[in-house]
Write a new protein. Sequence first.
Length: 61
Amino acid sequence: MPFTFHLVDGGAIHVPTVDHVSLTATGNRVFVSYDDGKYDAVRALMISRVTVDEQTEGSRS
């Protein structure tokens, strides 16, 4: 189920599934990896909220 990290600076990071997220051992950084090999990294304290994206018709897994 896709969701979005909303950041304190007003930005957002779309996360395709929970399998695309990882944390550092100390938990201070969050990495979101994408199927094309790219990734986003953000300090965990910069995430202000998380919202679950609505699924479109036929996108249920």
